[in-house]
Design a protein around this ligand. Structure first.
Ligand code: ADP
Ligand code: MG
Length: 343
């Protein structure tokens, strides 16, 4: 290649900054063409209560979680899958885009992945927010569709694929074929609910208060494995009666019990989606199975429980935390091919 042609290529690469955003309830990921994943941070904003001033976005805001004083609050703008706080969601998007220090000369094309329960009003808010972040063109894509693309499923074929994306605030279940969603079910029960179930368990069974981050750590280390056996873990918390900190030892089996109701709700939603699936596609799913993705799919033993409950093959995606942003990026790179799933 002649030297100036190479220079020209690099230059045009710099200018065509295509950006894919996975606006998750727990984590926001941003992929930039030619650079890969540049942001992978919790979807959290910290602001001063009296002045509304934003003091931190992402990792720095997470570090403040549970340690704030009366004049500082941490907000998760998408906590329950929908955009609970428009202004904060906007601040978060602006904050993350600023963190990437992209040149403002070239205005990027953006594809943003949103939870599928998001209303038209919320969609408009996301679009406007992207425009304020300097986008010249904005497309939206639904989470399970982006996940399917990211996992590498060929969703254009006349074959049914079932995706279960268990995030922080929502579980989104979709049966996809011919570039479209045939049946879907979104519930506001996912990783956060599992944490809350563990907090409640200690409150009710051990008269002990544990924080949500402790509960999340327990969930991630113990999981819901049927075969977890009798292994025990030490848990620190505060005695509800005396108010004094204490440490107790609990069995892995207890954690499985604590999570059982939450898992039951996810399984019920999966069954509802399967009931609404036309028989031809059901038979594809019987052969190909269900693909799990999202951080919640990393719960130890989850695939085993789902297999038992549905009698279907269950696979966990290779990269559950990044499949959505990668799929969003792939849709952006092949915008014509995926026109049917972008809006
Ligand atoms: P979202 O797309 O809603 O932002 P993610 O796909 O990023 O959510 O998943 C976040 C959820 O995954 C959190 O609830 C987190 O606790 C959970 N999670 C992450 N790792 C694990 C693990 N090893 N076991 C169980 N849950 C996990
Ligand atoms: Mg997600």
């Amino acid at each position: 290649m002649p030297r100036d042609a190479r220079l020209k290529l690099n230059y045009s690469n710099l200018l065509s900054k295509d950006i894919a955003i996975d606006l998750g309830t727990a984590n926001t990921l941003i992929w930039v063409k030619g650079r890969g994943i540049m942001i992978n941070e919790p979807s959290i904003v910290a602001r001063m209560v009296n002045s509304d001033k934003i003091v931190a976005v992402g990792i720095e805001a997470q570090d403040m979680l549970g340690k704030t004083h009366h004049n500082l609050e941490t907000i998760r703008p998408l906590k329950d899958g929908v955009i609970a706080d428009f202004q904060m969601a906007d601040e978060m998007i602006q904050g993350f885009v600023r963190k990437m220090h992209l040149s403002r000369i070239a205005r990027p094309r953006m594809v943003i992945c949103i939870p599928s329960g998001v209303t038209p009003v919320e969609q408009r808010a996301v679009r406007e927010s992207a425009e304020r972040a300097n986008a010249r063109e904005v497309h939206l894509i639904e989470e399970p569709v982006a996940a399917a693309i990211g996992i590498g499923l060929d969703i254009a074929k006349p074959v049914g694929n079932m995706i279960v994306d268990i995030g922080g605030g929502t579980t989104e279940i979709a049966i996809i074929a011919l570039n479209g969603v045939v049946a879907m079910e979104a519930i506001r029960v996912a990783g956060d609910e599992m944490d809350a179930a563990i907090v409640d368990w200690f409150h009710n069974e051990h008269k002990m208060e544990v924080g949500y981050r402790t509960a999340e750590r327990i969930k991630c280390s113990v999981g819901a494995g049927i075969s977890a056996g009798n292994s025990r873990i030490l848990v620190k918390g505060r005695d509800l009666v005396s108010g004094i900190p204490k440490t107790i030892s609990v069995s892995a089996d207890e954690i499985r019990k604590a999570l059982s109701d939450t898992l039951f709700q996810i399984i019920s939603a999966m069954k509802r989606a399967l009931e609404r699936t036309p028989p031809e596609l059901s038979s594809d799913i019987l052969d190909r199975g269900i693909v799990l993705t999202g951080g919640g799919s990393m719960l130890k033993g989850l695939d085993e429980i789902f297999r038992e409950e549905t009698n279907l093959p269950v696979h966990v995606a290779e990269e559950p935390l990044t499949s959505v942003v990668m799929g969003t990026g792939m849709a952006l790179e092949n915008i014509k091919t995926y026109a049917a799933v972008l809006f």
